[in-house]
Write a protein that binds this ligand. Structure first.
Ligand SMILES: [Zn+2]
Length: 317
C-alpha cells in the first residue's frame, strides 16, 4: 500500500460511514413524519413560522414577532420531546473537528492523517514482524559482554542501538544521513530498521520498507507488465527508503540500473536511505556496478556484530 492509497482508503471509509449515518438519520425522520401526525404537523407549522418570522422581522411589528417567536420556541421543544421519545438523536460524528468530512478549511483533517498512518502500519504488519521488532523489545543481552578478541559486542551494539534511537528523534527527510547496516544474518539489522520504520511511520513520515528482492521484483513487474512506475516513483520520493537484505535479490542489468537510479536520485535530493546487507564490502564491490558500489561506500556504514539471535533464541526453548 502506498501512502497515497492509504489516504484514499481512509477518506473513502470515512465518507462511507458518514453516508450510512446520514441515510439512517434521514430514514428515521421520514418514518416518524409518516407515522406520527403531531410530528408532521409541528414540522409544517415550524417551517411556516420560519418564513413568517423573517417577513415580520423586516416590518418592525415587534408584538407579532414576539408572539411568533414564543410559538416557535414551544413547538421546537415539543418537537425535541417527540424525537427523544422516538430515540432519534443528532448525528454523532467520529470527528467533531471535520464532522467526518475529512477536511477542515480545505486541508486534510488530523483524523484522516491518523487513519492513513494506521492503515499503512497495519498493511506493513501483515507481511513483516513490525510488532515484534520495536526498540522496546530489542534485547541487548543477546550480545556477549566480551568476545574472544577482548572487545565487547554488547557495548558496541548498545552504541548502535542508541544511534538508531537518536536517528528517529532527529529525523529530517532532507537532512538525515543514509546508512548501510552490514553484518551476518540474525544480528539485529532487520529488527533495528523495522523499529526505525515503525517509529517514523507513527510520526507521520512517509517510509517505504521492503526486502530488496520484493522491492525490485515489484518495480520490474510494474514497469514491464503494467507499464507504470508507481512503486519506483514512491521509492524515489518517500521520506525514508529502507531496503532490507540487499544481495538477496536477483541482479540483472535492469535491477542494477534501477538500484543506481533510486539511490542516486535520493542522494542528489538529500533524501536518506537505509540499507541492510549480509554482503561484505568486497562482495558489494564485485556484485554491483562501480557506480552503485561507490554510492554505498559513501553511506554511514555500521558494522553489526554478535551471533545469530534467532539461533540463540531457538536454543533457549
Ligand atoms: Zn476529522
Amino acid at each position: 500500500m502506498t501512502r497515497e492509497q492509504s489516504y484514499n482508503i481512509a477518506l473513502e471509509k470515512q465518507r462511507e460511514v458518514l453516508r450510512y449515518k446520514k441515510a439512517t438519520f434521514d430514514a428515521a425522520m421520514q418514518n416518524l413524519q409518516k407515522t406520527n401526525p403531531d410530528f408532521a404537523k409541528i414540522n409544517s407549522r415550524l417551517s411556516f413560522l420560519g418564513a413568517q418570522i423573517a417577513t415580520v422581522a423586516i416590518s418592525g411589528d415587534t408584538a407579532t414577532l414576539e408572539k411568533l417567536q414564543k410559538e416557535m420556541t414551544e413547538l421546537s421543544s415539543a418537537r425535541e420531546a417527540i424525537l427523544k421519545m422516538a430515540s432519534i438523536g443528532d448525528i454523532v460524528y467520529d470527528c467533531n473537528v471535520c464532522q467526518d468530512t475529512g477536511y477542515v478549511g480545505g486541508k486534510i483533517c488530523d483524523c484522516i492523517h491518523t487513519a492513513a498512518k494506521e492503515l499503512l502500519i497495519n498493511d506493513l504488519s501483515a507481511n513483516i514482524p513490525l510488532d515484534s521488532c520495536r526498540f522496546e523489545n530489542f534485547d541487548l543481552n543477546y550480545y556477549p559482554q566480551k568476545s574472544a578478541d577482548n572487545t565487547s559486542p554488547r557495548k558496541y551494539m548498545t552504541s548502535i542501538f542508541k544511534m538508531c534511537r537518536e536517528y528517529v528523534i532527529n529525523f529530517d527527510p532532507s537532512k538525515s544521513e543514509s546508512m548501510l547496516f552490514r553484518g551476518n544474518t540474525g544480528v539485529g539489522k532487520t529488527h533495528l530498521t523495522l523499529a526505525i520504520t515503525y517509529e517514523l511511520l507513527n510520526c507521520g513520515f512517509n517510509v517505504i520498507y521492503g526486502p530488496a528482492y520484493n522491492l525490485f521484483a515489484d518495480m520490474e513487474t510494474e514497469h514491464f507488465k503494467e507499464h507504470t512506475n508507481n512503486k519506483y516513483n514512491a521509492a524515489i520520493n518517500c521520506d525514508l527508503l529502507v531496503i532490507d537484505d540487499l544481495g538477496g535479490e536477483f541482479v540483472s542489468p535492469y535491477i542494477q540500473s534501477l538500484l543506481y537510479n533510486i539511490i542516486n536520485t535520493r542522494d542528489l535530493s538529500g533524501k536518506p536511505t537505509i540499507i541492510n546487507t549480509n554482503l561484505t564490502m568486497a562482495e558489494i564491490g564485485t556484485r554491483y556496478t562501480p557506480r552503485v558500489a561507490s554510492r554505498l561506500f559513501n553511506y554511514n556504514i555500521e558494522e553489526f556484530v554478535g551471533s545469530d539471535i534467532r539461533l540463540l533464541k531457538a536454543s533457549e526453548k
